[in-house]
Design a protein around this ligand. Sequence first.
Ligand SMILES: *Cc1c(COP(=O)(O)O)cnc(C)c1O
Length: 363
Amino acid sequence: MSIWDLAPKELRALTPYEPGKPIEEVARELGIPASSIIKIASNENPLGPSPRALEAVREMLAESQLYPDGGCFHLRQTLAEHLRVKPGQLVFGCGSNEIIELVFHAFLSERNGSVIASQYAFIVYKLLSQLFGATFIEVPAKNFAHDLEAMRAAIRPDTRAICIANPNNPTGTRISNAELEKFVRSIPSHILIILDEAYYEYMDSPAHTQEWTAEFPNLIVSRTFSKIYGLAGFRIGFGVFHPETAEIVQRCRQPFNTSSLAQVAAIAALKDTEHARLSREVNTAGMKRICAFFKGRGVEFIPSEGNFLMAKVGDGSAFFKKLLQKGVIIRPLGGYGLKEWVRISIGTDEQMAKLETAWAAVS
Ligand SMILES: *Cc1c(COP(=O)(O)O)cnc(C)c1O
């Protein structure tokens, strides 16, 4: 007997998520100092966390022997006010990925439904569907974007959830506010709509989807402090739900699933509107710069509403390795069935300059 025989077949068949390559690992492999390497592979904020968040964390550190407030009282109040929702509509998680996992625990643990998502959608939905024994229905993308009509048409009697990333990672494509609202209204109330808005704060005039949840108990809006707020290492995200849906999902979480450090960091980050504004500004400038660079070189790319961009390079994996030799970490997309494409996170002006130099040298 092998210990693998004890694991469910879905788990045995699972290919684990492949994260961006850490700087330290590249430094070790190439034998060059970490300081000479840039990582623009995981859509992290190149400005780092808000200095105010770091200050709050420093103050909190000395109390690390205490368990956190599992209910996140202070963060809940601050965020509810910020989003104009009721405190009881929020659930916090160890990143927004945990929120999505908690939703699966709550509503897909019977291992018999199907889940719909778009081709090229964020891969976590497929992984979770496999893990929970749900049939994963992948709907072909339209010009790399979610085809909402086709996704609705793919609904089967056993469909339990539809996952949407808006903007989507890795394609950067966005659904218009009007189209999104029409879609939410058109989905039967027994099917969950998991709306993953990790890049919400980067969008121009986004819909106030968090407010829609009060009307639609089947709508789940997940957002994060990992991206524009620069707190990916702290692991904190949240979901906005109808109050009853929130209550169900709350039952699935561990009592202390977010740390006290993450909670105070998130509060301070929310209050530091200047840092968020600057982060957005740097992103807009970097995006403009890199798009101009690609246009100048005739590189095909998909216009993005996030803090990253997908470009066509031929052999994505080979190109990734060549850039790695120049100390630039990007993300190949073979795992998404996009072998000819790579994804680049938008960095500071200096990082974009380094990318351009390295790009010109290897292509
Ligand atoms: C980065 C990202 C997340 C965020 O994950 P966290 O667990 O909050 O760090 C969620 N969804 C998408 C589409 C992402 O790209």
